[in-house]
Every structure is written in C-alpha cells, then in structure tokens.
Write a protein that binds this ligand. Structure first.
Ligand code: CEZ
Length: 791
C-alpha cells in the first residue's frame, strides 16, 4: 500500500512509524481535537476561554497553540488495549503506548471524522471518532470482526487520559446509571472573585459507554502499577478492579470481555468530553450515541478545479487540497478563531478575508466587530475581543504597529467578492469615543493613523513589531522603522483608493477627493522613502533600527536578506524594472530551498539586540528563516501581480508535502502548516520538517491566489473579471466558480494564438468580463490562452 494517498474525500497513511507526527484535526465552534496517527490527542474547548479535559501529567501552562508540538510517554491520548485471552498477547491501538506493530494499519482523515482500519491476528478493527455537535464531546466507535475460522476471546480496554486536572481537588468514580467514569476537579484559583467567575466551568471529564463494561478503573497509578503505560499492571489481572480515585490522578479505563465466533462482530460507542455536572452528562448520553449528533460542519469551496495535463503525483495532491482541504482549513480558522477569545487583529482580518469567499456574512460580522474596536485615532488595537469577558493576552500585550494596514487590504477583497457596498455606509462605534462614523471613514482613519506614525525620513515606526511578532527590539526605543510596514502602508493606501473608487457612491467620493489626493501623494512618498533609505544595491533592507543601523543587507552575515520587503515592494509598486529584476534574482539565489522560499537567510545563530527575540529562535524555525508559508504566500501573490505566473505557481506548490519529500516534511497533505524548517544551507539534515501547526494566515491568501489569480476569476463591482494566469505546464484547466449565487463552469486551454479569446455560453466576449451575473444561473465560459513555450 502507498504510504500516503489523497482524494477529495480522504487522506490516508499506512504506517504509524514512518511519519510519527502525522496528524489530523476535527473542529466545531466549541472545540478542536487534534489526533496524531499513533493515538496521541490534543483536545481543547472554549468556555469561552480555551480549556482542557484531558491533561498532561503536570500542570500545563495555558498558552496559544504552538508549532512543533512534541509527544512523550504520558502525553494525553485515546488508546484501546487489546488482550488476546487465549495467547495472552497484549497490543494497544492504534499504536501507542505498547508500540506493537499490527498486521496492517491505516490512519484516515475525512472532513468530519478520523478513523483507523487495523487488522491483527485475523481481527479487523475499525476505530472512528467525530465531534458531537451540541456538546463538548468526542464520539468514539469501535467495531471488531473475527475474520478467522475459530472462536476468538479477547479483552478490550479503552484507556482515555484524564491526567492532572488540579492541585486543589480531583477525584474520579464510576456512575452506574450513566455507564460513565466521571472525573471531577476544581479548576485551581486563588482570588475570591474567581470563585464566582468559575461557577460555570465544565470541570468534569467523562467517559460514557453505550453498553455497560465488565469492569472499570479510574485510578491512573493503579492502572499502570509497576508495568507502566506500555505494559500496565492492571491488565495482567483477569479483571480491572472497579476502583476510583480520591487524591491521585484519574484515568478512564474500561474492560469488555468479548467472545467472537467466526465472522461475529463486537461494537461499542463512547462519548468522552467535558461537562459541568451529572445532569449535563446525562443529556450528552442521550444524544451522543445517535449518528446525527456528529455531523461536522465544513464549508465547501466556491471554486473547484481539475487539471487535465496528467501532472504527476505530487501536484495532483495540490488540486485535492484546493478543492477540499483548503476550504476546510479556512473554515476551521473562521470557526475556531484559532481557539482564542482575543485573536491578533491582523490574523482575524486575514482569516476573515479568506472567509469572504466561503461565508461572507460571517466575514462581514468580523469586519464590523473589528472596526467597532478601532480607536478614534484610527489605530486598530492589538487583538480583537470576541466577547465581553475576553482579555488581551500573550502577544497582544506587546505593541505592534501594523494592524491598521490590514483593514483596507482585507475589505477590498471582501467587497470585490460580494459587492456589498452598503457596508461602507454603516455607522460604527469606536472603542474610545462617543462618536460613530461610517465604515469608509473608519478606513480613512486607519490610513491616517499609519501615516502619522512615520519618522523624518517618511518611514513607518515599528515599535515592538509589525507583521513579524518577535521583531521586538528594532524600534522599542521609538526610533526604529520597518521597510515592510512602510510598503504595507503604501499597499494599504492603494487598496483603500480602489475600494473607494469602486464601491463608495459617487456623491460621497467627492467629499473624499482631497483625502484621496493626499493619500496618493503619501503612497509615492512612502515608496520613495523606501527606495532612498532601504534599497541596498540588489534588494530591500528589512528596516533601520533604533541605533540607525540598517539590517537585512549585504554586509550582514546573518539575516542578510528578508523576503517580506521584496514581496511587498512589488505589491506597493515601489520597484523599477531594474530593481525588480535584481530582487527576483536575489530571492531565488538566497532564499529558495527544495521545501519552499525561506523568510530570511542565513538564519540567525545568536541574539541581535538591535532586532530582538526573532534572532533567539532556533535557526531555521518560525520567523528565524523557516519556510514561513505566510510570507511565501505573500511572495506568490506579489508574483502574480507582476505576471510571473510560473514562479508564483511553483511557490504555492511547495507548500504541501509531495510523494518524494513527505517523509522529510513528516506531514500529511491535508493542510498547509505555518512553516517548514529552513536554514537549508546551515542545517540541511533538519530542513523541511513541518511545524504541524495548521493555524496560519497562509490559507486565505492561498485561496485568493487560486481563485483570483490562477483561475483569474476575480470579482469587481459585481462583475467577474476573467484573467487566467496559468503556468506554462498547465495547458488545460477546468472547473466551476461560484460567484454571487451563479455557477460559472470554465474551460481554459493554451493554444497557438496571439491573444486571449473568451466565449460565454458560446458567444464571443469583447472584453474578458462577465457582466450581469444572475444568481441561480449557470454559465459556460471558454477561454483560449496564447500558449507560453517552455524554455
Ligand atoms: O505567531 C504568528 C502570528 O500569529 O506569527 C506571525 C504573525 O504575523 C502572526 O500574526 C509572524 O510573526 O514568536 C512569536 O511571537 C510568533 O510570532 C508566534 O506567536 C507565531 C506562532 O506561530 C503562533 O501562531
């Protein structure tokens, strides 16, 4: 069997050891469950702050979801021990903690479920899990079929980690009326006020069984005994001792003695999750075992495409990703908000930019929420609060200067897709004033704010960070500037102007005429300032710090060139043809690796106090020169803007594992991770490893690149522009684009012709635009493109 297979329906992996961190995820608006192929699990839910019900062995710090998560012996998991009562053999499924290889193994991610198909000693075992819609519960199901010609006698023991819940109080017991192990705890706290705040917390972890087990054990120490998790002492006895815990750490283990005649099957279901009290667990029991309870939501794409050139293996995964897994990843961002109640403002805006294509109403609400928290100065805060009790945490307590720049960029994308011109006139609050203002003035103010935050050279102050969070010491004394932010401001102005011209009613445009003229000048001034102070001969520097030192330049031994200023110079139209030629060359020479384009090179190996925390990260991880996909996708998008379609497509294609490098990347191709390790020339033996973190602003831009650029089907004032940007080797491409309620079936072909020709429903189009798109209608769009010859 192939190690990895991918379709629009599922991704499969046939080994638990070749890519040990390969994982899948399930989500809904209440929770997120990550499962790796070996049975380790990370589960979190929102109440409304993120919380757990299956914990590690020590008190864990609450933090954001991090890259390069590691697994260890007592990592939370969902394990099924299986003992052959005739031979005495003990294994655990899917693989941990016994780590015994089974005769066959398949790990399967589908949209709404994760499952394993395993066979061992003539038993066919199917394990699957999905999430309960209405509650915090994982719905597990197992079936075991005897494929042998003789009777099998086995004992099955689900063992689900409860772990260390609290240093104040924890216990666990079995509830016979519910067929459930219930572990109770008090979330630790110290302030009196917290006692009252914590009243609603779901402090109970439960494991409910559909049929009653033959025995159970809720005490982890007793379960493990001297044998440990890989050979638990409790499983050497004939029967689990039916024992709870009052002081020690809990676990949820049950025993089922099973006798199976040939072809006979055993089945059972469990629900595992968090609840406030026994009544809630009772309610969950009533819904969790019906199949309808667990239909996972997932938006479908508004584009689906097929290529017809028979491109081999790896690139075909890209199309499965685009049609199924990419929209799912975008939907996950929109549904879980990265499991925070205070998403970083730039993340929230970009995630919702992606949602503009799939769930525009939801995106609109998010934009409105964001602008209602804008300061009257025009500044967007670090972090958007999603509910009344939410607080700014972690990175949101560090001042970043770039948030305001993302507003016009994201909103232009939303308006192009929806033509929702009314939004611009909606009156919205500010965070710190009694005034209200229409959306278009919120946007105006955001640009004004960005322009105010410039130094005497006309470059934008960075303070403690811009898009790059850990670039925290470039400007913390108030002087350092960012070339990237200066260019992002110029690009944001460009988006603002397009947005006003295309979507604001003409009578109001007049009132903004002076502003627009002023902003246009400011854009030119920003670009000039960057060209004057940040061009270093062959590429743009990343900034000038508090001490007046430029960095990201030729004379730097580490961090010599950064990707973002090059990409955004292209977006901001700051680049002359000669400069463009040389910066593209330098990016290719210095930043390209077999795993994608790195964010900077060489990676730093020591702290640079004039740059900050970024330089302390391990060389090649995250912002310190990994293949940071968010930065790479900016590059791809900027390449499309200058018509470098082949290069752009190649950058996108590198964001997924392929059949030839999947083992190095260590990840399945159903999501784009936030990074792959870089530092390719410094540490080649580590380069390419996936961070396995599926939260990333990459996906919104990836989707735009596919829909608006590759397929070239971009909305504008309610019409659909047709400007396909096929790379040379994709000589045919077809698919369906859903736009404003209509379906456009498109067929593209490269032909030996001079210029593009388009037909809509058989009639030749003068201009490549579909006007008067009618909701509910179906259109046939045929396009012939002049063939580009492969060099
Ligand atoms: O966070 C991301 C941020 O969520 O890093 C990006 C930034 O643009 C996103 O908004 C680039 O800096 O060390 C750090 O502070 C890192 O910045 C991380 O927090 C990083 C993580 O990968 C979390 O998603």
């Amino acid at each position: 069997a192939r190690l990895v297979s991918v379709t629009d329906e599922q991704v499969t992996l046939t080994s638990p050891v070749t890519m040990p961190k390969a994982n899948g995820y399930l989500y809904n608006d209440k929770m997120l469950l990550q499962l790796n192929c070996r049975g380790y699990a990370i589960s979190q839910f929102l109440q409304p702050e993120p919380a757990k019900y299956s914990f590690g062995p020590n008190l864990e710090a609450t933090t954001f979801i991090q890259p390069e998560h590691h697994y260890y012996a007592h990592h939370p998991g969902r394990f099924f021990y299986l003992k052959d009562l005739i031979t005495g053999e003990l294994i655990s499924l899917p693989y941990e903690p016994c780590r015994k290889r089974t005769d066959s193994f398949v790990f399967i991610q589908e949209k709404g479920q994760i499952s394993w198909r395993i066979s061992h000693n003539d038993l066919n075992i199917n394990i699957r899990v999905s999430l309960c819609n209405a509650h915090i519960a994982e719905c597990w199901h197992i079936s075991i079929v005897n494929q042998s010609g003789s009777v099998k006698r086995v004992a099955l023991y689900p063992y689900f980690t409860v772990g260390y819940q609290s240093w104040m109080n924890q216990s666990a017991d079995y509830d016979e009326t519910l067929n459930a192990i219930i572990a109770s705890a008090i979330t630790p706290y110290q302030k009196v006020s917290q006692y009252f705040e914590n009243q609603e917390l779901k402090d109970k972890t439960f494991l409910i069984s559909e049929r009653s087990p033959d025995a159970w054990l809720a005490n982890q120490e007793l379960f493990e005994g001297e044998g440990g998790l890989s050979n638990p002492t409790a499983l050497r006895q004939r029967s689990l001792p039916n024992c709870g815990t009052q002081y020690q750490v809990a676990c949820a283990a049950m025993q089922y003695d099973i006798e199976l005649a040939p072809n006979e099957a055993f089945e059972n279901k469990w629900a595992f999750g968090a609840a406030k009290n026994v009544d809630e667990i009772d309610a969950i029991k009533h819904v969790a075992f019906s199949d309808e309870s667990s239909i996972s939501p997932s938006l479908s794409a508004n584009v689906s495409i097929q290529e017809h050139t028979g491109i081999i293996g790896s690139e075909s995964w890209l199309f499965n990703y685009i049609n199924t897994w990419l929209p799912r990843q975008i939907d996950m961002h929109g549904t879980t908000n990265r499991l925070t109640t205070d998403p970083q403002t730039r993340n929230y805006l970009q995630d919702n930019m992606g949602l503009s294509f799939l769930a525009p109403t939801k995106a609109r609400r998010a934009f409105v929420r964001t602008m209602s928290q804008q300061h009257a100065s025009g500044e967007l805060p670090d972090g958007i609060l999603l509910n009344e009790t939410a607080e700014l945490k972690y990175i949101n307590q560090v001042p970043h200067r770039d948030h305001s720049a993302w507003l016009s960029i994201s909103l232009l994308c939303y308006l192009d897709e929806t033509n929702d011109t009314e939004l611009l006139l909606e009156q919205l609050d500010f965070q710190d004033s009694d005034e209200q203002a229409p959306v278009y003035l919120h946007l105006t103010k955001s640009i004004e704010y960005l322009l105010e935050q410039r130094d005497e050279r006309g470059l934008c102050f960075i303070n403690q960070g811009d898009w790059c969070d850990p670039m925290n010491m470039v400007g913390h004394n108030g002087k350092g500037v960012s070339s990237w932010l200066s260019l992002a401001t110029a690009y944001s102005i460009e988006c603002f102007i397009r947005l006003i011209n295309d979507y604001l009613p003409e009578n109001l445009q007049g009132s903004l005429a002076d502003k627009i003229a002023e902003f246009k000048e400011a854009k030119t001034a920003l670009n000039n300032a960057v060209n004057t102070h940040c061009w270093d001969g062959d590429w743009y520097a990343r900034g000038i710090n508090d001490h007046g030192r430029s960095f990201g330049i030729k004379s730097d031994v580490e961090g010599r060139i950064y990707l973002n200023p090059q990409s955004w110079a292209l977006l901001a139209e700051a680049v002359s043809p000669a400069k463009q030629y040389s910066l593209l060359n330098e990016v290719q020479k210095q930043l390209y690796t077999p795993f994608g384009v790195t964010m900077l090179a060489p990676s730093y190996t020591q702290m640079d106090e004039g740059i900050g925390r970024l330089t302390q990260k391990s060389a090649g991880i995250a912002e310190n020169g990994s293949v940071y996909n968010h930065a790479s996708v900016f590059y791809a998008y900027s390449l499309y803007q200058i018509g470098e379609n082949d290069m752009a497509f190649a950058v996108l294609a590198k964001m997924l594992p392929t059949e030839t490098d999947q083992i190095i990347r260590g990840q399945l191709p159903h999501f784009v991770p936030n990074y792959y390790r870089g530092a390719y020339h410094q540490f080649p033996e580590h380069a390419g490893k996936s961070s396995h973190l599926f939260n990333t602003g990459t996906v919104a831009w990836f989707y735009r690149c596919i829909v608006e650029e590759l397929c070239g089907l971009k909305g504008k004032q309610g019409r659909l522009l047709v400007q396909p940007k096929l790379p040379k080797h994709l000589t045919r491409l077809s698919g369906t684009r859903h736009f404003r309620g209509a379906d456009i079936n498109f067929e593209y072909q490269q032909k030996d012709i001079e210029s593009m020709q388009c037909w809509l429903n058989g009639t030749s189009l003068d201009k490549p635009v579909i006007c008067n798109v009618e909701a509910g209608a179906r259109y046939q769009l045929e396009v012939h493109l002049p063939r580009k010859h492969l060099e």
